[in-house]
Design a binder for this molecule. Sequence first.
Ligand SMILES: [Zn+2]
Length: 293
Amino acid sequence: MSILFAVGLASSVPLIDVHRHAGWPDSDGDAVQRGQLEELEANGVKVAVVAVTNKADVERWQREGIIVGTWIVCPRNQAEPRYHCFPDNEGWADPIWLEEELAAGRIQAIHELTPSYSGISPANPRLEQFWALADAYDIPVGVHTQRGPPPGARNSIRSNPDCCPNYDPEMGNPALLRPILTRYPDLRIWLQHIGAGRGDHQAFWPETLALLNDYPNVYVDLSITNGAMPIEEYGATLRRLIDAGFGDRIMFGSDNLPIGPILQRLEGFAWLDEDQKQAILHGNATRFFRLTD
Ligand SMILES: [Zn+2]
């Protein structure tokens, strides 16, 4: 599969995956990294944005082609471990540590910010110092939006029944980012998981499109939608964004789902032209993350 893409679409553009994850603190960080790097290389990914959950991974992931993003607040567990990351600070990143890493250029993004997992608004006062740091150091922030994942969802920490007693789907509403963007209008935010949701976890479409309309520095990734949802819903999400005029804001994100099948699905949309596909795989993220060739 990946060979097919190496001679097809992906060969003409350096693929950028804006939504990857390193391991939890209790995982074997080296083994996780080996698997990740193999997957990236096998699929021609030249730049990946990797979310880390602990200080050791900040060091481990200092590599060419990797943009290190950090979690800020970790989901709570009802059982041990009570917090998946930053356990010495009740699941919260230490802002003093973060500022040191930002100043050193070792952390270059906040990713993934997950307010719904903690049942707090992105505008929660405790998050303010982190928004201020993102603005001061001019780094992009990836925000887990929409209502999912639902309880027990595969490929998510909600598959653990102990996870996230405070989970609140309504905190994934992109409109909750408006006070932040009013305060920091130049901040680059990418909304994650656009189009994901069904049943009583319907996506926040009007709020998502309105925010994109009002803030040109807000971009999106379609992780989960492009990898795990039926292809009809993936296609409908792409169409909806493009028809609304946001084809230049869509970035490729896998969320650690196998990259090859996602590329194959994208390639299969005959109604997308090559320029549109290249924008999704490369061009839009190059602009958003200010990468140069
Ligand atoms: Zn993610």
